[in-house]
Design a protein around this ligand. Sequence first.
Ligand code: UP6
Length: 249
Amino acid sequence: KRKSYQQKIDSNNLHSKAKKLLEVALEKKSNLIASADVLTTKELHDLAEKVGPNIVALKTHIDIITDFDYDKTIIPLIDIAAKHNFLLMEDRKFADIGNTQELQYSYGIYKISNWADLITSQVIGGFQSLDFFHNSGVIAILGMSSAGTLTDKNYRDEATKIAQSHPNVIGGVAQNELPEELLLFTPGINLDTKGDGKGQQYNTPEHVFRNLHTDFIIVGRGIYKAENPEQASLSYKIAGWDAYEASLG
Ligand code: UP6
């Protein structure tokens, strides 16, 4: 039997960003993270405004924004996030030594540490490589959704040990159930299709809540490519919440 969001909030030593995320989930009755894989600042802000009321977090790949400008892209995004009460999650998938990750996290044009409540990181660089992510909750990449991924059981088990023991880590991205002290974030979610012809493999919210006891679903093209992203975000929000409640038994 899985733990509820409230039971997770009440657990000891919860990271402040995990607590915030779970509180927003209960407040909005949502476990939906929209992935904003769009290419311009305007599209990013428009999508954030449209889906904002229905999501707990907006996931970015900030390095695909073609007209990125910190003041024009990030400052308004922070305001939209505050207005609609969602967190910002940068899906950077860091994968280097600690010193390099520290530089990539805080410097360059993106200055991720200034604004990202949550960041994703590989744990391939080992435990200490995660030490410098002080301002964000880290979501460790433990298993990938794509066909042929190298994240086999042995890798996942060892990566999960690092995630469980590191104080900066709040959870993992995976396609399997995790130890209950780690929040589980599951991408590869789509209600209409099984794949994208480029290796992505999709499941439904119902499947991942029932079988993996996931905590948060991540939806990209199912929302931002929909004819009506606002309506699509509402549909995924409801499907995710119903599946969560059903998984409580
Ligand atoms: N993502 C995955 N699978 C993983 C890890 N991350 O799909 O194992 C990310 C992708 C993309 C989003 O980088 O931003 O989740 C999924 O998008 P989609 O719903 O459009 O396939």
